[in-house]
Design a protein around this ligand. Sequence first.
Ligand code: AMP
Length: 277
Amino acid sequence: MEFLEDIAELERFRPDAGEIVLIPTMGALHAGHESLVRHGAEMAKGRGACVVWIFVNPTQFNDPADYARYPKTLHADLALCRRAGAQAVFAPQASEIYPKDSAVRVPSLPAVATAPQLEDRHRPGHFAGVCQVVLRFFELVRPRAAVFGEKDWQQLQVVRAMTEREMPETRIEPMPTVRDPDGLAMSSRNRFLDEAERTRALAISRALRAAADVPGVQAAEETMRRVLVESGIEPEYAVVRDGRTLLAPGAGPKRALIAARVGSVRLIDNAAWPAGG
Ligand code: AMP
């Protein structure tokens, strides 16, 4: 496996690599990321290379404290990528991705990045930063496909819509959320939960499971809120929406989505609603 530290090294790697399947991450990798890398390596087999990008993107953090403490575990990340079958890790410096003397384009945001009033409302500027960095890396790497986790459901819809418009030759490949055995969705930020907070955080996946069998959108939303509040969690949102637009649900597939702070950590999770829907 190659470690590509800058754009020049990427450009040296690129010509012989064949079709690239890209796995965008911010590092601090866990088993959720690993399933994305394994899937990417499988997709690339015989026709190209699976490349993991590790980059803590400053422009997508709306909270400077969150950026400052974002965990960095490069050594372990490289071992995970190697084990999962990646051909390369691309981990450039921010100064190279955002050079001082030239502005890096922010593509116009799709409606799903501004209309739902979910992550877009609670993390202002976040999706502009995500779209900016994704397009920048896509233009550098020109991947055939990029793998994203369903864990960040609104992000997945935003990236899909942005890519369809800006770079239709790149396919966005979704992967299901990987959970700890007790149901907690894996996240690089879970390490900041103390034991009591981690136990409390289990109410989030419990709320999604409880709502999955409740008929009716309003009743399902009330169920999620009740389960959360009973555990001392006041959600930022706990809603059922259309799975693609994230607006009020209609006839198409629907998604239940929750965001909540537990201690100092902001957690998000989601699931198909109703169960199997
Ligand atoms: P991050 O490094 O947290 O920005 O995430 C990088 C990619 O991994 C994103 O596409 C996430 O949706 C995905 N991801 C993060 N956590 C999980 C998880 N528990 N299961 C599956 N994918 C995940």
